[in-house]
Design a protein around this ligand. Structure first.
Ligand code: FMN
Length: 327
């Protein structure tokens, strides 16, 4: 390596930090996670929405939050991510604008589009340098006609993963189509409903033949590597289940093949889909939920929060005892 290349590498590392800061970081956590709490401010009294919000679309960054009461459209609100234990530090804030209300057979779902964000887990200088690089990549992608991720959307996606998110495997079997792929833009929204977001340009969830019924399995951490490898299945409409490296068993109600190592399986029926941009947003009713066993689950956090967590010695505070059947 030339002297110039070496100097460039050293300078880059000093300004940007470890390359791991840009990656997802996997860790085992007993569900439901209780390390970070997420609060909605600006629609009445602040509300803990940790267990009832999810990403509806990554670009433009849009969140779905379930809840009672109808907040006026266009109202500004903010989602604040806090450590739950220790000093309860504020980790990040996503400022939102209320865009739409979606009625369902269960909860009323509110869509909020991001308008600003503040990342409190990165030193300011490092944040500026990273922002400059993201802005440069954005203009290059715009110029070349590729899908461009703005500084705002990128920042919000980072902060969203300051809260540990479980990774599940989705099994699909309908009309001659079989697939199984990992997903983490998802979550329960209460009253027996569940939402998730799938990339609109990939075949896995959104290609021809709308998704109707599916089974969603939560994963013990020791299978994280195998599950990550199934990410490529998002590119395919259908795959050959006989080629899977693990055994499957039929899900209890719909008989959809789920991995033998599933900790719990939710069987879902999709009731609504909304194409919101880079992602299609799915609203599904939970038909049935079965818990097989209890073990630390495969979760993901953003590399920036992983580094912050390591440095500040954040641990997982005592979680409430696990009880079979809790959603
Ligand atoms: C652990 C994991 C979770 C994922 N979750 C989602 C998701 O919730 N929604 C989605 O549209 N894609 C999801 N993906 C798919 C990835 O964004 C990506 O499209 C896929 O891994 C293919 O990567 P490639 O385009 O680099 O080949 C996930 C992938 C992995 C490995």
């Amino acid at each position: 390596m030339s002297l110039f290349a070496k100097l460039r590498k050293i300078l880059r590392a000093a300004l940007l930090g470890n390359p791991e800061l840009s990656r997802a970081f996997d860790l085992p956590i007993q569900a439901p996670q209780c390390e970070v709490s997420v609060w909605l401010h600006g629609t009445g009294a602040p509300r803990d929405v940790t267990t009832c919000h999810s990403v509806a679309c990554s670009v433009p960054f849009t969140l779905c939050i379930s809840g009672e009461g109808r907040a006026p459209l266009n109202r500004r609100a903010a989602l604040r991510f806090h450590e739950r234990g220790g000093e309860k530090r504020l980790l990040g804030v996503i400022e939102l604008q209320h865009e739409a209300v979606i009625p369902t057979g269960g909860p009323e779902l509110h869509l909020y589009k991001a308008v600003a964000c503040t990342n409190l887990c990165l030193p300011r200088l490092r944040h500026w340098v990273r922002s400059a690089l993201v802005a440069r990549a954005y203009s290059k992608d715009l110029a070349s006609g590729r899908m461009a991720v703005s500084l705002l959307d990128n920042g919000c996606n980072e902060i969203f993963f300051f809260c540990p998110r479980p990774v599940a495997l989705v099994s699909v079997q309908q009309a001659g189509r079989c697939n199984i792929f990992p997903m983490n833009l998802m979550g329960p929204v209460g009253q027996g409903y569940f939402v998730f977001a799938l990339n609109s340009s990939k075949q896995g969830g959104t290609g021809s033949g709308a998704l109707v019924d599916l089974a969603l399995s939560t994963i013990p951490f020791e299978y994280a590597e195998q599950v990550r490898q199934l990410g490529k299945n998002h590119h395919y409409h259908s795959i050959d289940f006989d080629q899977l490296y693990f055994a499957t068993q039929p899900s209890p109600k719909l008989g959809i093949p789920v991995p033998h190592f599933a900790l719990a399986v939710r069987e879902l029926r999709v009731e609504q889909t909304h194409c919101l941009g880079s992602h299609t947003f799915f609203i599904a009713r939970i038909l049935h939920r079965h818990v097989y066993q209890n073990a630390p689950e495969f979760h993901r956090i953003h590399g920036i929060y992983a580094a912050y967590r390591r440095k500040s010695g954040v641990g997982v505070p005592n979680c409430p005892k696990w009880q079979p059947g809790t959603s």
